[in-house]
Each structure stands twice: as structure tokens, then as C-alpha cells.
Design a binder for this molecule. Sequence first.
Ligand code: THU
Length: 167
Amino acid sequence: MDQVKFSGEVKHTKALGTRNLSQEIVKKLIHQSQEAKKQAYCPYSKFRVGAALLTLDNCVFTGCNVENACYNLGVCAERNAISKAVSEGYRSFKAIAIASDLNDQFISPCGGCRQFMREFGANWDVYLSKPDSSESYLKMTVDELLPVSFGPEDLSMKKVFDIPNEY
Ligand code: THU
């Protein structure tokens, strides 16, 4: 069982522990995102992106970017992977790994994808990788990538004006 030290005593927590992925699992997830990148359909940007999403119960859904001649209809790799998972009944996630062909930079998810991740919680991990090897990556939480975010809970917060049903 995972343990966390809190005020001098050791408490057992499942919630925190589920996010501590082993190096082996992280490497594998990054590798899966790199494999997904190979399916990228990006004739316009020529910028391949792959994503691998790990669910709370350890299933992996991958996705790549899928562009369109009507440019604004293109879908990012992360959103693709998340939509695949949600459409199969998965809504709780531990982590998502992202891969691109950028040589010297960790691939950073776009703002839209950050908000899309946020829909399913702010407290899970995003692994930003480089193509060279799965050894180098940056780990950030959704909250770190999108601080002071707007999420589903905000919709039901107290308002100064309630729109009547017949509005
Ligand atoms: N792209 C992603 O798939 N994910 C991101 O987080 C950044 C951008 C895609 C969208 C488009 O197909 C291409 O990369 C160039 O922007």
C-alpha cells in the first residue's frame, strides 16, 4: 500500500498513491504515445503528435492528431485519446503522455487540450516527452498546466442571477 508522511505520522492513502507511476510504466506510456504519433494524419501542419492516456484502472487509450482540409476541424492527439476513453466508459485518469517530433523541446499541450483534460480533474499527471528517448520527460499536473481553471463544478456555484427555466 502507498504511504504518505503527514504531520509526523504515516497515513495510508490510495488517492495519492495511484499517481505515483513506476519508471517502467512511465517509459511504457511514453513509448505508446510515440507509437501513436506514427498514425498522425497531419498533411497540413506536418506536425505529428501522439498521446497515450492511462485510466485509473490501468487501461491505455492512444490518440494522434487528425487534421482536415477544413483546417479548424482538426483534432489534437490528446483530445482524440480522451474522447476514445470517454466513449468507452472511462472518465478517471492517472496520466497522459504526449509525444511529438520536436528535437530539443518537450511537447507542450495546447490550451484547448489543457481545458479538455481539466474536465476530468485538475489533479492528474501530464508527461511531456522528447522523441530522443523515453528517458527525458517533464511531469506536470493538469493544474500546473492550467492554473485557476474553470471546470464542471463552477457551473453549479452560487450566482447573482439565476436564469429562469422559461428563459
Ligand atoms: N497538436 C496536437 O495534437 N496536440 C497539441 O497539444 C499541440 C498541437 C496538433 C494540432 C495540429 O494537428 C498540429 O499539432 C499543429 O498544430
